[in-house]
Unconditional design. Structure first.
Length: 301
């Protein structure tokens, strides 16, 4: 194989420290090397990338647009290297590591409460849990099990449904108290908040009530349900939220239905894993645990 002449870890650390401090001197103090060594490492990196990463303005160091873009990637690389090193240093040889990825708000609002029982039942399995919104490839990213929201059929993946989803239109009590909502059409005059991955949710909700509005796609968009829920609770507008995510808020009155109709979703939440991993004990234990937890949740609903 042809050797790849990539920047060294030392070079990346020098660049990251200089970018964070916007000072070669402070970066040198942090890394216990000389200021000239920092300058030399950055110069070599700029020569390799064929782009300037820093610019001096009135004796002040600033990142160039290319430098800012590269800094984001370098921080990811260094964080991954640190995580990998820590995993090896703490590996005892007596357990297994299970890499799991979940949707952020699902992880906070449902998954987290079912993890302690899994830890107790399977002390030999170490869980590495990450959260993602964007699509990804389990095999290429080294993920053993993931939680997807969708149609339940993905190539080369074994899929187990956790549960279906019911979506409710909700708002904060104070926000709704200032408005008279006597029909579904009245909701269109409110500030409609959206999840960016479900841009047509309000359109489908209005269609489900036998009405339509040219405002169903208008409004502010959020990347995660967690931030969306917080904004609704603060009186920012109305949102369509899966009922299971806000059971506590509904029971406590922190959120109230803006309209009684419930929107069924064609999609559901699934546990998925590469087909060839299905016989691994660590995968089977985790999948069975969550399927039992999901069944119990539906019985209690």
């Amino acid at each position: 194989m042809k050797a790849r002449h990539l920047p060294s870890t030392t070079t990346l650390q020098c660049f990251e420290a200089a970018a964070r401090h916007l000072s070669f001197t402070r970066a040198a103090d942090e890394l216990s090397i000389t200021q000239s060594a920092i300058s030399k490492q950055v110069a070599q990196l700029e020569d390799y990338l064929q782009h300037k990463l820093f610019r001096r303005l009135r004796r002040t160091l600033v990142l160039t647009p290319e430098g800012s873009l590269y800094l984001t990637e370098v921080r990811k690389i260094l964080a991954h290297l640190e995580m990998s090193a820590n995993a090896i240093m703490t590996y005892s040889g007596h357990g297994e590591v299970l890499n799991v990825t979940t949707l952020p708000t699902f992880g906070t609002r449902w998954l987290a409460q079912h993890l302690p029982a899994f830890f107790t039942a399977h002390p030999g399995i170490t869980l590495h849990l990450t959260e993602r919104v964007e699509t990804f490839d389990l095999e290429n990213d080294g993920i053993d099990v993931a939680i997807f929201h969708g149609h339940g059929s993905w190539p080369n993946l074994e899929c187990h449904k956790l549960f279906d989803e019911e979506v409710v239109a909700v708002g904060a009590p104070g926000y709704l108290a200032r408005r008279r909502l006597t029909s579904p059409d009245d909701l269109a005059d409110c500030r409609l908040l959206h999840l960016s991955t479900r841009p047509d949710a309000w359109h489908r909700w209005f269609a489900g009530q036998g009405t339509s509005t040219d405002k169903s796609y208008h409004g502010i968009r959020f990347e995660t349900f967690q931030t969306l829920i917080g904004t609704v609770m603060a009186g920012g507008g109305l949102a369509l939220i899966p009922r299971f995510m806000i059971l506590n808020e509904l029971e406590q009155g922190a959120l109230v239905p803006a309209w009684p109709a419930v929107l069924g979703s064609p999609n559901a939440y699934y546990l998925v894993y590469p087909e060839h991993l299905g016989e691994l004990a660590k995968v089977r234990h985790f999948v069975n645990h969550l399927l039992e937890a999901a069944a119990d949740s539906e019985l209690q609903a």
